[in-house]
Design a protein around this ligand. Structure first.
Ligand SMILES: [Zn+2]
Length: 267
């Protein structure tokens, strides 16, 4: 029975992902994400129901539009699969509870920010401001302490605002400030700190990898909203475990152990 529920949640997640693809496309190309039929971005042919089945249509059409045969972007199945995975993981972590619903809605907003910042190096107010409202409502539904929510929201915004001021807006934009507020409101201040550490750790690891493999230079822009959004989802799921692991020395044991094994495999 649990497997059936899991499959249903995953399929519903991919359907939400399909909607998020429309949102991402229309945020960039214009038009209301809530009205109008879906069309092929190349030939503008109106898409039929069987062109719009999440993931499956992409596979069955072999990556090509049925009408003009131009390739369909990998973004479509990847966002659908990712949203399916987010919804499923929330359910596996929190069961069919308010937590998993709040986490899925937050995950949907963060996935849009993840993709949009990766593709366009921009976090739009039209996404981040509704996300702030959703994050606040979610935390109120989850009965997080009000001080925790308030301090989190202010600290998240202030953290990026200070960097914005000191860098003259070169590597931090207004969108990052609002995304910081989203994470603080959604997670509270302690888990906000966890998500920031994860985002910086992930961001610098990926940046270093891209520089070492000569795919980017030191002066390249890294879409930080992408890492922040991913870190937000991971922290919503496992932030408390990460915090306990970190505070009780597990992290340092693991880190020192990995270091020793690397230099002396006999350890
Ligand atoms: Zn087409």
């Amino acid at each position: 029975m649990n497997i059936v529920i899991g499959v249903v949640v995953f399929v519903l997640g991919t359907a939400i992902g399909s909607f998020l693809n429309v949102v991402i496309y229309r945020l960039h190309a214009g038009g209301s994400p809530l009205r109008g039929r879906s069309r092929c971005p190349h030939c503008k042919h109106q898409l039929a129901a069987d062109d719009l089945i999440p993931v499956l249509s992409f596979v069955m059409l072999r990556r090509r539009c049925r009408y003009c045969h131009k390739p369909i972007s990998w973004q479509y199945p990847l966002v659908e699969l990712s949203m399916g995975l987010v919804a499923l993981t929330m359910m596996l972590r929190y069961g069919l509870s308010v937590e998993s619903w709040v986490g899925t809605v937050l995950g949907a907003f963060l996935l849009v920010i993840f993709v949009y910042d990766l593709r366009h190096q921009l976090i739009l107010d039209r996404v981040s401001i509704p996300a702030m409202v959703a994050a606040l409502l979610g935390s109120l539904l989850l009965k997080r302490p009000l001080t925790d929510i308030a301090i989190g929201g202010v600290a998240g915004a202030a953290f990026f605002f200070l960097q914005y001021v000191f860098s003259n807006g070169r590597w931090i934009g207004g969108g990052d400030i609002r995304l910081g507020a989203v994470l603080g409101l959604a997670l509270g201040w302690k888990l906000l700190a966890v998500s920031l550490v994860l985002a910086y750790f992930g961001g610098s690891t990926v940046a270093l990898f891209l520089i070492l493999t000569k795919r980017r230079s030191w002066s390249s822009q890294i879409p930080f909203g992408t890492f922040l959004s991913l870190a937000g989802i991971v922290t919503f799921l496992w932030g408390n475990e990460i915090l306990v692991w970190y505070l009780h020395g597990g992290f340092f044991d693991w880190f020192v152990g990995a270091f020793l094994r690397f230099y002396n495999p006999a350890v």
